[in-house]
Design a binder for this molecule. Sequence first.
Ligand SMILES: [Zn+2]
Length: 109
Amino acid sequence: MSKPMLGVLICISVVAVPVFLYLAVGYWLRIRRGICPACGQKRLKMVNFVRATIEVDGERAPDAWSYHECEHCNKRFKQHRGRFTTASEHESRHFDISRKLATNRRNFA
Ligand SMILES: [Zn+2]
């Protein structure tokens, strides 16, 4: 095998494969639907994911939670540490941001 050909193969394995995996996982997360805790339909869509640093007993620790909206019954939920709770009114900005981004994507497409 020639050296330029070997270089192309290395580029594909180092750059293209991780990029493909990143895009494939992103697409899968976008189309995936969970089961709604309210209506039981598999129409629960994750609309936002928050990663943050919290303080526990004076020490910083990583934390994460996500926001979900059911496409069937339109109920909104927050998932934190595996538990779904109804999203409060002041958390609606997390849903609005996601909706604005989707609208902008449609307008530029
Ligand atoms: Zn539902």
